[in-house]
Design a protein around this ligand. Structure first.
Ligand code: ATP
Ligand code: MG
Length: 256
């Protein structure tokens, strides 16, 4: 049965999508069967996996509105060796269209139930908001992976996310928990980043992943080639760190 994780943080531009595509590629590299679900109308994870969001016939939108199954809508990202349930602008409309529908926050969960046996990991890239889309992600998942930059306001932003997760846990999804915090875009030469990193470990203990993702320009360049850094330049420091993270997650998975 697949482990289903949301990659979420209400803050924009913190590295959610970079983490989702590179973790997916890293997990595939170590032999795991992976489905990436793009829940962001920006479609960055779709494009970053080499799938043209403008030309996909069926997307996560069709799945949420129950006009297609995940089996029908998912496509293979050949070079990346994982499957993608893609997203495009159409998905922005789903928010409104879901409002009047039954089980509107459980649609993704119901659809995933049919493919849980086909994958080891399902990774859901969430948009930077607490929308009905993110709620569908949180209701489907066993846990949340939180990418974060070690900056001054990082801890403050985390309080909001932790409260959201508590609420979803109490009301909608008893399984949901924080799997871990992932330090991304990390630069150990910056004293403040080291201090915030120490604070994180003091507050959250072993909920902070051992793997640390450095700031690395190859990770930022890779999307313009339609590839995760892990596939685009496997020797880059950032790519190696994501493969290390994938290994850590595989080791932890049985206890999660
Ligand atoms: P959004 O909230 O808009 O969905 P996001 O949280 O998904 O954003 P990303 O798109 O993954 O964030 O990253 C934001 C920017 O930072 C991108 O330009 C990305 O290439 C860059 N970036 C992410 N991680 C790294 C890294 N480790 N090193 C260098 N650049 C990075
Ligand atoms: Mg994103």
């Amino acid at each position: 049965m697949a482990k289903i994780f949301c990659i979420a943080n209400q803050k924009g531009g913190v590295g959610k999508t970079t983490t989702t595509v590179n973790l997916a590629a890293g997990l595939a590299k170590v032999g795991q069967r992976v489905l990436l679900v793009d829940l962001d109308p920006q479609g960055n994870a779709t494009m970053g996996s080499g799938i043209d969001k403008r030309s996909v016939e069926l997307s996560v939108y069709d799945v949420l509105l129950e006009s297609a199954s995940i089996k029908e809508a998912a496509v293979r990202a050949e070079k990346c060796a994982y499957d993608v349930l893609s997203a495009n602008r159409e998905l922005a409309g789903a928010e409104v269209e879901l409002v009047d529908l039954e089980h509107r926050d459980q649609r993704l969960k119901m659809a995933l139930a049919a493919v849980e046996g086909d994958y080891d990991f399902v990774l859901i890239d969430c948009p930077p908001s607490l929308s009905m889309l993110t709620l569908n992600g949180l209701c489907s998942a066993h846990g949340v992976i939180v990418p974060m930059q070690c900056e001054y306001f990082a801890l403050e932003g985390l309080t909001d996310l932790v409260n959201t997760i508590k609420q979803v846990h109490a009301n909608l999804n008893k399984d949901l928990k924080i799997i871990g915090l992932l330090r991304v875009m990390f630069d150990p030469r910056i004293t403040l980043q080291m201090q915030v990193s120490d604070q994180l470990k003091a507050h959250f203990g072993d909920k902070v992943f051992d793997a640390v993702i450095p700031r690395n320009v190859r990770l930022a360049e890779a999307p313009s080639y339609g590839l995760p850094g892990v596939v685009f330049d496997p020797s880059a420091k950032g790519s190696q760190a994501y493969v290390e993270f994938a290994r850590e997650l595989v080791l932890r998975a049985p206890t999660l």
